[in-house]
Design a protein around this ligand. Structure first.
Ligand SMILES: N[C@@H](CCC(=O)N[C@@H](CS)C(=O)NCC(=O)O)C(=O)O
Length: 249
């Protein structure tokens, strides 16, 4: 199989893309794109959307974490990404959908808002990436790109505040799925690989890590993604973090 995977440093969705290919043991060549520049490149390559992960698999364009998971399972069933039992499969697909449509976006909003306020840790997210320029230079010139990305992805005060308030419920949902065996099995399924990178990106924020790392969701995320580069100092207004305080959780 000949695969080119378009990725992005610090991207939870792109990390899921990489994990999916790794899970199948499929080799790929990776192209790392920076935010906003990615829009131009992916458009020029005629992908339908401007988001990563995007892949060409034997010449076929496949874009989006869920589309890649399903296409890989179709092309190479072993090891599977979804359970064979239809009811269990439905549950895993629902967890995968939640990870893609809900958790991923909420974490994106909080991360972009935070990275826009404090770029001091940004260079760490570039670790291991090949972006055609020195990492320090990319981090130093990132401000307008992050601002544009934050605006286009809805990282507004209102949305971020709502995302933080919704976090305890989302974490509880993940812990419950782990307790029910829908997540956290060995080997991991598509929902594990979808959800873990979002939790790891959230845990790269000093504001959120203490809420996540000690609970089953955080332990699962660290098992599946042992190293997620990058760290953002605490920047969120304390009153926004009220819903995460132990008494209110
Ligand atoms: N939910 C989709 C979307 C992925 C997505 O939005 N990826 C982000 C990176 S985390 C992206 O490409 N952002 C481009 C940009 O905003 O500049 C998926 O899971 O594939």
């Amino acid at each position: 199989m000949s695969v080119r995977l378009y990725s992005m440093p610090g991207s939870h969705a792109a990390t899921t893309g990489q994990l999916l290919f790794d899970h199948k043991g499929i080799d790929y060549k990776r192209t790392d794109l920076l935010p906003v520049i990615s829009w131009v490149v992916l458009k020029a390559l005629r992908f339908p959307e401007v988001t990563v992960p995007a892949a060409t698999i034997d010449g076929q364009k496949v874009q989006g974490t869920r589309a890649i998971a399903h296409e890989l399972d179709r092309r190479q069933p072993e090891p599977p990404l979804f359970p064979a039992d239809p009811e269990r499969r439905r549950e895993v697909e629902e967890a995968e959908r939640f990870g893609d449509e809900e958790l991923q976006q909420r974490v994106r909003e909080i991360f972009l808002w935070s990275a826009r306020r404090d770029r001091s840790g940004l260079v760490g997210y570039l670790e291991g990436s090949k972006i055609g320029m020195p990492h320090a230079l990319a981090a130093k010139t990132a401000a307008p790109f992050i601002a544009l990305d934050a605006r286009s992805r809805g990282a507004t005060d209102e949305n971020v505040r709502r995302a933080i308030a919704g976090l305890p419920g989302m974490l509880q949902r993940i812990d419950d799925w782990i307790a029910e065996g829908i997540l956290g099995g060995e080997p991991p399924n598509a929902a594990d690989l979808q959800i873990a990178p979002s939790l790891r990106l959230a845990m790269s924020l000093d504001d959120l890590r203490p809420t996540i790392e000690g609970r089953p969701a955080g332990q699962l995320a660290t098992r599946i993604v042992p190293h997620f580069p990058g760290r953002t100092p605490a920047v969120l207004p304390p009153e926004w973090l009220e819903p995460l305080r132990p008494a209110s959780v």
